[in-house]
Ligand binder design. Structure first.
Ligand code: WT7
Length: 572
């Protein structure tokens, strides 16, 4: 495909000569930025917060926060003290120790970050849970991780099946008028009284830091464990890719329940000592543009779905706001349409920089940098220190312009450490010759740019969120009317994909719109709103293999009017 490249702009970090840097760069260089490279003992929360609180940045704003009812800001020094206090509360009332899983299930708020960083200071492993999760999703994650402590709000507590979680010893409630009772502890009350100094637990670079659950095409969600060592790459890419500078005001729109909201919503910006804007509440074009104006956002990291929604809201609304502070815009999570890049140039006068990576990879791998030409529609090139290739199903590297599996040579610093309780699953990501297989298909052009083509598996990306069809099918099957269910991603101009469910009903149930709505609500209330099928279609019978597996590719072919392919394994 012939596309016109957008000219490079000047970046602040030296990727000016990408080819040269790519040839010579070694992650050991980045390690030297941290004093722990000599002692080997490290703590992410120290590097992200305390180090700055003890430097010329101590009175610099680390966190700007706003939601519908609160507006606050915290300096690095204040964040150091508050995270120390949070650590003391978690330790004194929850007996939190190194390696314990501390889950945090609450809307975006300063307290989320106090608790997360406080837990990290104790050497605990933080498990962030997206606030929209309902009981089933919460239970799966707390159960698999054997979480010992949960931090949540009174509003969300009803979604935590405490009686069914024997490992869960203490629940910290963030709210007012909390009744303390046995395992329930008032977080804010004790936060106020707690000492503001804390002995940090120094850990090894490969000790656990954060556990993000993510979906595959089969089975329950899996826990992707990241370790403190990942900071090397968070830090380096916050410079190279986010291009963060001392004066920047940075806004990442992702929720910390997802990896973008932690790697680049807390670690990356704070490791580089950047002022970080965190916004609670719902999406609306006015609220978003107002955020940029109000805080003077200079670097903005968001997702294609959001850009498409803003684009859909029209250009008039943009004129109401002063967006002149913006200097660098980035995107992640799904393919970034060239049309959106064109729109971005028109309305913001900036290129939108696509970045590619995954929960499992922990940080940026393939990106467009400021100092590089952008080919709209391409994810860019591998960052220095990362070797990417297109490989066939045996792990052999393919030449340019051939489609295949997007693969990365094992050994980048932020690579996941394991899959929680499932080393076999972890091992299954790699070819024996050391290539990590992403599950995406792509090709590389003759200039070394990578072009996303699709998922190899059935994983659905809807509005930037990754949903496993199996989990949705399992929930659907719990509905009394549902006999069989098959779930696919259906292309959608705004959301990338929407979730569509094919359902065969139990005998005695009549097809109706009310029943469709009832089934939809069942998934929404029992699992998660973003995972509820937007479309449901009743079928008498679903296509299955002889071993009884729903053939999603056949459902997809039906839906998209494509050839169904090989049906030799299908039951009669
Ligand atoms: C999957 C990973 C890591 C942050 C957000 C998603 C898709 C990610 C891009 C991109 C096309 C992309 C891939 C990938 N994806 N970035 N720039 N262009 N697709 O993390 O939930 O772990 O999902 O998101 O399919 O495998 P995730």
């Amino acid at each position: 495909m012939k596309v016109e490249a957008l000219p490079a702009i000047k970046g602040n970090y030296n990727l000016q000569d990408y080819e040269e840097t790519y040839k010579t760069f070694d992650w050991k260089e980045t390690e030297k930025s941290f004093s722990w490279s000599e002692t080997g003992k490290v703590n992410m929360a120290y590097e992200a917060i305390d180090r700055h609180a003890e430097s010329f940045r101590k009175n610099k704003i680390a966190l700007y926060y706003r939601n519908d009812s609160r507006k606050e800001k915290y300096t690095f020094k204040e964040l150091k003290e508050l995270t120390n206090k949070a650590g003391n509360v978690l330790k004194s009332y929850g007996d939190v120790e190194k390696g314990d899983r501390v889950f945090i299930f609450m809307p975006r708020s300063p307290e989320f970050y106090f608790a997360a960083l406080g837990a990290i200071k104790l050497g605990a492993i933080v498990g962030p849970l997206f606030e929209a999760f309902m009981e089933g999703a919460v239970k799966d994650r707390l159960e698999d991780s054997e979480a010992k402590v949960l931090v949540t709000t009174p509003d969300l507590l009803y979604r935590v099946p405490v009686d069914q979680l024997p490992a869960l010893k203490t629940i910290f409630i963030v709210g007012t008028d909390v009744e303390e009772d046995g395992k329930y502890v008032d977080f804010l009350k004790h936060l106020e009284d707690a000492p503001s100094s804390l002995d940090i637990e120094w850990v090894d670079r490969n000790d656990g830091l954060i556990l993000h659950y993510t979906s595959g095409s089969t089975g329950k969600p899996k826990g992707v464990l990241h370790v403190h060592n990942a900071m090397i790459q968070h830090y380096q890419t916050a410079k190279w890719v986010l291009d963060l500078q001392e004066e920047d005001i940075y806004w990442c729109t992702a929720d910390p329940g997802w990896v973008t909201g932690t790697s680049y919503g807390m670690f990356g910006p704070w490791l580089t000592g950047t002022s970080n804007v965190i916004i609670g509440g719902r999406f609306s074009p006015d609220a978003w543009y107002k955020t940029i104006e109000e805080f003077g956002v200079t670097v903005w990291y968001s997702a294609p779905t959001s850009f498409r929604m803003l684009m859909g809201a029209g250009d008039e609304v943009i004129k109401k706001y002063n967006l002149s502070t913006l200097r660098h815009i980035l995107s992640v999570g799904e393919p970034l349409n060239p049309e959106v890049i064109r729109w971005g140039r028109k309305v913001f006068n900036h290129r939108i920089h696509d970045t590619w990576w995954m929960t499992e990879t922990g940080a940026h791998l393939i990106c467009n940098y400021p100092s590089m030409e952008i080919k709209p529609g391409s994810m860019g090139k591998p960052i220095p220190g990362v070797e990417a290739a297109i490989v066939d199903d045996q792990g052999n590297v393919l030449p340019p312009n051939r489609m295949g599996n997007l693969a990365i040579k094992r050994g980048w610093p932020s690579m996941m450490h394991t899959i929680w309780n499932n080393q076999a699953k972890y091992d299954s990501y790699f070819f024996p010759n050391g290539w990590y297989v992403s599950g995406d298909s792509a090709y590389m052009d003759e200039d070394g740019y990578f072009w996303f083509q699709g998922r190899v598996d059935d994983v659905i990306m809807t509005a930037g969120e990754r949903v496993g069809p199996f989990e949705v099918e399992s929930k659907l099957l719990e509905h009394p009317a549902v006999a069989e269910a098959g779930v696919i991603g259906k292309p959608d101009p705004v959301r990338g994909e929407i979730i569509k469910a094919f359902v065969a009903l139990m005998d005695g149930y009549e097809e109706s719109d009310e029943l469709k709505e009832d089934i939809r609500q069942f998934v929404k209330k029992g699992f998660a709103a973003h995972a509820a099928p937007r479309e449901i279609e009743f079928r008498d019978k679903l296509p299955k293999t002889r071993s009884g597996k729903i053939m999603r590719r056949v459902l997809k072919a039906w839906e998209l009017d494509l050839p169904v392919g090989d049906l030799s394994t299908m039951e009669d």
